[in-house]
Design a binder for this molecule. Structure first.
Ligand code: CA
Length: 207
């Protein structure tokens, strides 16, 4: 039987302050029955302070490629007591590929979580465990202190501040030549939706 791939691209997207998740990929059983597979490419995206999870991936039919993205869960102000970056439901990580990402959470062992059929969160991995277990994200890293990450986190201006960690940390093998503000990226792309641009003010760039 022919396998049909539905390919989705999310480039330079900014997702913040959603009540539940920033980006959620849910299983659709009817797709399984007719042999459809969804491939989602999340490239140079920034997700910040989303309510329970920044990215949720459910089901083995979802293939997720995550590159050059900035996953920040800096403020814990909703129903969950555990800040969560990436959450895989029902073995969704089996089809995950990713690298050159920055993961932030308040505690280092909760950047990625798995949820089994009972809805309980298991296996909160540290990045180092994740790299060994799943052989992904070898150039990614965990970031605990985000005080100087953005121009104005509280004011929801998520442009990169001078000296911010994501600057020049992405890979040019992934991504698009333009960033969120339609400014050209340089030869060493920054991680996340924005390229650091010292020549323009936050007011001009904010969208
Ligand atoms: Ca750059």
């Amino acid at each position: 039987m022919t396998l049909i791939f539905l390919i989705i691209y999310l480039f330079n997207c900014l997702s913040y302050n959603n009540l539940i998740t920033g980006i959620e990929l849910n299983q659709n059983d009817s797709y399984v029955a007719i042999n459809k597979m969804t491939v989602t490419n999340i490239i140079n995206c920034t997700t910040v302070d989303n309510g329970s999870n920044n990215i949720t991936i459910e089901g083995t039919t979802k293939i997720l490629n995550l590159y050059n993205s900035l996953i920040v869960r800096g403020v814990n102000y909703t129903q969950d007591v555990t800040p969560r970056g990436m959450v895989f439901v029902a073995d969704g990580h089996a089809a995950y590929m990713g690298d050159y990402n920055i993961f932030h959470s308040i505690t280092e062992d909760s950047f990625v979580n798995e949820v089994k059929g009972d809805g309980i969160y298991y296996n909160s991995d540290m990045l180092t465990d994740w790299q060994v277990s799943w052989e992904q994200d070898f150039h990614s890293y965990f970031l605990k202190n985000i005080d100087s990450l953005f121009v104005n986190h509280q004011g929801q201006d998520f442009h990169l501040s001078a000296g911010s960690e994501p600057i020049n940390k992405g890979s040019s093998a992934y991504g698009f030549s333009f960033e969120h503000d339609s400014v050209l990226r340089d030869a060493t792309p920054d991680i996340g939706c924005y390229e650091y641009n010292p020549g323009s003010s936050a007011e001009e760039n904010y969208s």
